[in-house]
Design a protein around this ligand. Structure first.
Ligand code: GTP
Ligand code: MG
Length: 171
């Protein structure tokens, strides 16, 4: 009988970096050019299969990035096994915001939480403000996973959830 694991995952990051779009791509393989800003938070699930037959069900909390919802975030990350902190590669301020979420998680979340830093909108590299080197260096120093994704093209999206699934405890 193969193993079935379940993990809570939270997405954090500034409004409009593409958190909901990443989840929509991962869960439904779809993309909308015009997405409504999230109110409060949204809950979705998706299951991935590992090579050894283990299935990993992600229970995903897609939080709202607008400042007025900031105080709700601890409710979602407190019991999370993993977090994806998202920034937009065309907005350097959004990397600063992602870093501040990472610092908050390091102080307040479960010490064993798996954290990924994710630069979204990789399809807009002509407007890039955040270099791969800068973000990757920060992630390495903090011991985080790092990736770039495009919810629009799908680039890197399944890969990051897959890498997280492999990093979670397989007990
Ligand atoms: P909040 O819910 O307000 O926190 O925002 P969010 O982070 O969930 O952003 P959302 O997914 O709503 O995306 C914001 C806008 O960016 C939408 O118009 C998306 O179509 C667009 N977008 C998201 N991901 C990408 C991407 O990878 N590439 C491009 N070009 N646009 C994207
Ligand atoms: Mg959203």
């Amino acid at each position: 009988m193969s193993k079935q694991l379940q993990f809570k995952l939270v997405l954090l990051g500034e409004s409009a970096v593409g958190k909901s779009s990443l989840v929509l791509r991962f869960v439904k393989d779809q993309f909308d050019d015009y997405r409504e800003s999230t109110i409060g938070a949204a809950f979705l699930t998706q299951t991935v299969s590992l090579e050894d037959g283990t299935t990993v069900k992600f229970e995903i909390w897609d939080t709202a990035g607008q400042e007025r919802y900031k105080s709700l975030a601890p409710m979602y990350y407190r019991s999370a096994a993993c977090a994806i902190c998202v920034y937009d590669i065309t907005q350097s301020a959004s990397l600063e915001k992602a870093k501040s979420w990472i610092r908050e998680l390091q102080r307040q979340a479960d010490p064993s939480i798996v954290i990924a830093l994710c630069g979204n909108k990789a399809d807009l590299s002509a407007r890039r403000q955040v270099s791969q080197e800068e973000a990757q260096k920060f992630a390495e120093e903090e011991g985080l996973m790092w990736c770039e994704t495009s919810a629009k093209t799908g680039e890197g999206v399944n890969e990051i959830f897959d890498r997280i699934a492999h990093k979670l405890p397989q007990v």
